[in-house]
Write a protein that binds this ligand. Structure first.
Ligand SMILES: Nc1ncnc2c1ncn2[C@@H]1O[C@H](COP(=O)(O)OP(=O)(O)OP(=O)(O)O)[C@@H](O)[C@H]1O
Ligand SMILES: [Mg+2]
Length: 247
């Protein structure tokens, strides 16, 4: 059964998509059959992997067993597939909202996919929602990218409260710093200040780097185009830490 990791944050623009695509690309490079599930209607992950959804699918069909497996697309990269953002996707949330066991249904949808892949990396849209609760419940790991600022601290503790209130207990809840600017004191000192109250913070830190911004132009994971760049090496270190947790 596949390991599922969701890149999640209440905040927008913190590097969820860039990280989901790069970490999944590293899994594929390590020989794992890897799926990127683009759950965000902005469809940036699908874009980075040059994959468009096919014709619109009726939501009812998608929610059938194997419904999602039928819309998985290969990418130009070895071992890497995408479940692209689907035109009718927002309707999934409305559909789930009608169901008594709404918070658990997505986990059931993942099962047929989990048999086909070794790893599933989910790029979730920002914010708290029923869809988010579903994903957070379904994934083995919830991985939260964090920009080292005071507001992120607040959001992190709010998320932990939310998970507690909803009785969502992922096997692994982890966070990592990204868009780090070492010239800024707040950024430099963040990890030291939180050594004790954020035991979930992984060691690897992804610096602010234009190679990552340029993924939009190249439509390729930056870990493939410039593997030696410090930002991409940081993604490799982060991937190693995550992989060790599953070992
Ligand atoms: N380490 C980085 N260095 C520089 N730019 C980055 C880095 N990580 C992400 N970016 C850029 O920052 C922007 C936001 O990143 P990304 O789209 O990955 O965030 P997101 O959390 O998925 O956003 P959203 O909440 O809108 O889905 C993008 O333009 C991306 O290219
Ligand atoms: Mg995104």
């Amino acid at each position: 059964m596949a390991q599922t990791v969701v890149l999640y944050s209440v905040k927008g623009g913190v590097g969820k998509t860039a990280s989901a695509v790069n970490l999944a690309a590293l899994s594929a490079a390590a020989g794992r059959r890897t799926l990127v599930w683009d759950l965000d209607p902005q469809s940036a992950a699908s874009w980075y992997l040059q994959t468009e959804a096919g014709a619109e699918q009726p939501v009812k069909k998608l929610l059938k067993p194997k419904g999602l497996a039928a819309v998985v697309r290969p990418t130009i990269h070895n071992n890497l597939w995408v479940l692209p953002a689907l035109p009718g996707q927002q309707a999934i949330e409305h559909h789930l909202a009608d169901k008594k066991d709404a918070g658990f249904r997505l986990a059931k949808l993942i099962d047929p996919l989990a048999e086909q892949f070794d790893e599933i990396w989910i790029d979730a849209p920002p914010g708290l929602s029923l869809l988010a609760d579903n994903v957070l419940r379904a994934a083995h790991m919830v991985l939260v990218p964090m920009v080292p600022t005071h507001l992120s601290e607040r959001t992190w503790f709010q998320l932990k409260n939310h998970l507690r209130e909803r009785k969502i207990h992922p096997e692994h809840l982890k966070s990592f710093l990204t868009l780090v600017d070492r010239r800024r004191t707040m950024h430099r000192d963040f990890a030291d200040r939180h050594r004790h109250d954020m035991p979930e913070l992984l060691e690897a830190q992804v610096p602010y780097a234009s190679v990552i911004e340029q993924m939009g132009d190249r439509q390729q994971p930056s870990v493939y185009t410039e593997p030696r760049h410090p930002a991409n090496r940081a993604y490799q270190s982060l991937w190693n830490e995550i992989d060790a947790l599953f070992a």
